[in-house]
Design a protein around this ligand. Structure first.
Ligand code: COA
Length: 488
């Protein structure tokens, strides 16, 4: 039996096992993969920033750790999105660890009310297990980038040739720095980052990044400076208007690799060789800073013709492709409901009348308010509708998911979590008036014996539709160990 739980990044022995499993799964069959260093990952997970939550999660089979996942979400932008990276060490594959981690991610995302899942997959060739796994979960490839590398030290002859071809830079000034952005350039650097987020081709990936500010530049630099040395070159017009930038990182604790990150030339300044000039200036900085690094890595969308051309000119060659994957789940409104059953096994149902003429008998309860837990919503709804206090340990017996229009405004459907609430007897009288209940489409109630449910043949329907049979089964078998999954 595989169990899944969060790993505390300060619990060193467990965290180290998590890191080892994560790395083993990520590196398998990928000689050219560039993995985040152990130090950088641990430091990021132990120093939570204000913008992003990153949770290490592990799958266990008994005491053995059989899989590792990084589960992430943003706090200040991308409110509907979570990102997952699932890595299962080769010896543990095809036994359900990946699926168990995915289920955890799916449940946590639902609790957070987030419906967009994103993942990145480095692929050295096809067929690739990660692609088959992700496709099986309903992910689609929304953007494809080439992962490219060039050897270091950079070829002097090529640099000279590129410099000669690029010619003199007359209409722009370049400013380069190593490490932190000089204060006088922060605003320009922030605006260029905002433009980068907007302009970088990302296919069908849903992204709504917040704009950058000078403060965010400082905050970001403080975080990255712990593990990376930034090499930056900025381009301005002669009157000081920012026109573009390029950013490279040397990774502390990784003697082999350097990373070419963003390069941007603003639209109105394209076509003047500025991309090449920026990269050449930054290569000069690299020549001064580099010690042992052998390879410079970069990623560029296959659809980004201009950058692909510059990369080819600089001698970059593809080693892998990076698939950006996405799965958009329907947005479902969660609700908590009570199967209120008295000592004679009669169930209390409310009668709903909808504007379109539909009539339904459904269990009392209703939508979960923002910030409320399921049980808090149950307590509130029962007090409002029928004046009943739900016991704190009422078992959760059914989880219903209905994806269809017309169930909840602004949503693609609903979920209903049903709790079994046994009572001796109860006289329904909630805090809401008859008029207030009617405004919520509730027009009366009725206690039903199991036989009456089975025999009912009227114009209204039950919710869930199979309520008579489901309830009979529940009363015979008792609450299930984990909630039964129901459709409409
Ligand atoms: C992808 C990965 C996480 C799968 O882990 P796993 O524990 O083997 O996954 P599961 O056992 O839960 O497999 C679930 C299903 O995925 C599909 N699948 C997984 N690996 C597959 C493979 N090598 N060939 C074909 N199908 C495969 C199958 O449909 C499988 O179900 P089945 O075994 O009943 O046929 C693992 O191979 C891995 O860590 N790869 C490297 C990192 C990666 O690609 N991560 C995924 C991106 S988030």
């Amino acid at each position: 039996m595989i169990t899944v739980r969060e790993v505390d990044p300060f619990d060193r022995p467990t965290y180290d096992r998590w890191d080892a499993a994560f790395r083993a799964g990520a590196a398998e069959g990928r000689p050219d993969a560039l993995l985040v260093t152990q130090e950088a990952l641990a430091s990021s997970l132990r120093n939570r920033g204000p913008r992003k939550v990153r949770i290490p999660v592990a799958a266990f089979d008994g005491d053995r750790m059989v899989g590792a996942m990084l589960f992430e979400y943003w706090l200040l932008d991308n409110p509907d999105t979570v990102a997952v990276e699932i890595n299962v060490p080769p010896a543990e594959r095809r036994r359900g660890a990946g699926t168990a981690l995915w289920r955890w991610a799916s449940a946590r995302a639902a609790e957070l009310g987030r419906t967009i899942f994103q993942a990145e997959l480095g692929i050295p060739g096809q067929p690739w297990p990660g692609s088959l796994f992700a496709a099986g979960l309903g992910f689609t490839v929304e953007n494809v980038e080439d992962h490219l590398v060039v050897r270091l030290p950079y070829d002097e002859a090529r640099r000279e040739r590129l410099r000669a071809e690029a010619g003199e830079l007359t209409a722009y000034r370049l400013t380069s720095w190593v490490g932190l952005c000089p204060p006088e350039h922060r605003q320009a650097y922030a605006d260029l980052h905002t433009a980068m987020d907007r302009d970088v081709p990302s296919g069908g990936m849903i992204r709504n990044p917040a704009p950058w500010t000078a403060e965010r530049i400082v905050e970001n630099e403080q975080r990255t400076a712990r593990n990376y040395l930034a090499l930056v070159t900025l381009a301005h017009t002669l009157d000081g208007t920012p026109a573009g930038y390029t950013l490279m990182y040397l990774l502390n604790g990784d003697p082999e690799h350097a990373l070419q990150d963003d390069t941007l030339v603003l639209r109105e300044h394209r076509g003047h060789n500025l991309g090449t000039q920026l990269k050449l200036a930054n290569l000069d900085q690299l020549a001064e800073q580099r010690t042992t690094q052998r390879l410079l890595h970069t990623w560029t969308a296959q659809s980004n013709g201009a950058m692909q051309k510059i990369n080819a000119r600089f001698g970059f060659e593809p080693v892998e492709v990076l698939h950006e994957l996405q799965r958009v789940a329907p947005k479902l409104r969660p609700a908590a409901r009570a199967l209120v059953v008295d000592r004679d096994d009669r169930i209390l149902l409310l009668r709903f009348e909808f504007a379109d003429g539909h009539r339904a008998w459904a269990a009392p309860g209703g939508g979960v308010e923002p910030g409320e837990s399921l049980r808090e919503a149950l307590t509130r709804e029962l007090a409002e509708e029928i004046g009943l206090e739900a016991p704190a340990d009422a078992p959760l017996v059914w989880h219903q998911e209905v994806v269809a229009d017309g169930h909840a405004k602004g949503y693609d459907g609903v979920t209903n979590d049903y709790f079994l609430v046994r009572v001796d007897s109860h006289h329904p009288a909630g805090s809401l008036s008859t008029a207030e209940l009617a405004a919520e489409n509730v027009h009366g109630h009725r206690w039903w014996t199991p036989a009456e449910l089975q025999a009912y043949d009227g114009p209204a329907y039950f919710s869930p539709r199979a309520l008579p049979a489901l309830l009979a089964d529940l009363l015979t078998s008792g609450p299930p160990a984990s909630p039964h999954l129901l459709g409409l």
